[in-house]
Design a protein around this ligand. Structure first.
Ligand code: PMP
Length: 372
């Protein structure tokens, strides 16, 4: 038996995935982190065409130039970020982008600020790069929004980066513009990097997403097609940064992946250039489900913030056995503690499931757990 590398000592396989393995297949799944919608038809057709045209060869390491040009236009129009195709890399999901950032810029002795609670991969990627993740509290009093003042308090001489994620997984919180701007200013003054994971930028209700890259040249912006276009399994995303950073990131990407998949690159091109009405429809439906979920949970007495984005809510549920009891009754959720210590006494509930299933799940929780 060969021992694994010591960098894996602190890494555990995802608790969320484990939850799915223990529960019955008929349970209503409010634990998932992916849209229940199908990929829009125009995107599917573009991918079928790509196969028929034998578009199955390597592309440039950074991705097809046509796709990168569209990504540049998107960044300018929607995020106020001025970039160019040379500074864009098409990745295998935002996941690869995140991993690239950690491998290219983090090493032993570096501190990386991450929200507590936050998406599981952040701490894992920092640990895999031998860095130290430093949690910054996000509390229910602040609707789980990361505040610049709290970030400032955690900055030390060793701070190398901060990972921002707005809208947030697992809380649905959308950061305020002032905080984004203030953190961007700090990143320039104190010389640290912002890794901005904007994968949920379009799944937002009435608020606007602000990109720190607009204010700080020390930013790497990560994005992808998984959430906006329901393309999770197709594994396609992208990033942009200034040319010095892009060159370092490319070293990781080139020797790890070579290039993203050709078929899904063609799908991604269609996603950006084709009609956007499916996106609007999906976001409208997510909002309807968010309203239902928040209302029902609050009626049950579980204090729940009316989250402004992503497809998660993070109610306060102090019953330690809630997640297990709910799973036995046929509703899968995820314990908040999986996302960091501030997740204690909270549960992540994803509403990326049909309205009818959410109604059923809420009835089950009310009848069998709250009144049971
Ligand atoms: N960032 C966050 C916050 C996420 O929730 C996810 C998916 N669960 C990802 C990144 C990964 O996205 P992708 O499918 O593009 O790798």
């Amino acid at each position: 038996m060969i021992n694994p590398a010591s960098r894996l000592n602190s890494i555990e396989l995802s608790l969320i995935r484990k939850m799915f393995e223990v529960t019955n297949p008929d349970a209503i799944n409010l634990g998932i982190g992916e849209p229940d919608f199908n990929v829009p038809e125009n995107i599917k057709n573009a991918m079928k065409k790509a196969i028929d045209e034998n578009d199955t060869h390597y592309t440039p390491n950074k991705g097809y130039i046509e796709l990168r040009e569209e990504i540049v236009k998107k960044f300018k129009k929607e995020n106020g970020i001025n970039t160019n195709p040379e500074n864009v890399i098409v990745t295998v999901g935002a996941s690869e982008g995140l991993y690239m950032c950690a491998q290219a810029f983090i090493e032993k002795g570096d501190e990386v600020l991450i929200s507590n609670p936050s998406f599981l991969s952040y701490e894992a990627c920092v640990n895999l790069a031998n860095g130290t993740a430093v949690p910054v509290d996000c509390t229910m009093e602040n609707e789980f929004k990361l505040k610049a003042d709290d970030v400032q308090e955690k900055i030390t001489g060793k701070t190398k980066a901060i990972i921002l994620n707005s809208p947030s997984n697992p809380t649905g919180a959308v950061m305020d513009k002032e905080d984004i701007k203030a953190i961007a200013d700090l990143s320039m003054d104190k010389d640290f990097m912002i890794i901005s994971d904007e994968i949920y930028e379009k799944i937002i209700y009435g608020k606007k997403n602000y990109s720190p890259a607009k204010y700080s040249d020390n930013t790497i912006t990560l994005n992808g097609f998984s959430k906006t276009y329901a393309m999770t399994g197709l594994r396609i995303g992208y990033l942009t940064a200034n040319e010095n950073y892009t060159e370092e990131l490319l070293k990781i990407h080139q020797y790890n992946i070579a290039c993203a998949n050709t078929i899904t690159q063609r799908g991604a091109y269609e996603a950006l250039t084709g009609p956007q009405d499916e996106v609007e429809r999906m976001v409208g439906e997510f909002k309807r489900r968010r309203d239902l979920t928040v209302t029902r949970l609050n009626e049950m007495g579980y204090e729940t913030v009316n989250a402004e984005g992503a497809f998660y809510v993070f109610p306060k549920i102090e019953d330690e056995d809630f997640v297990m009891k709910a799973a036995k009754e046929g509703v899968i959720t995820v314990p908040g503690i999986a996302f960091g210590s501030n997740g204690e006494n909270h549960v992540r509930i994803s509403y990326a499931n049909s309205y009818e299933n959410i109604e059923k799940a809420m009835d089950i929780l009310e009848e069998r757990i709250v009144n049971g």
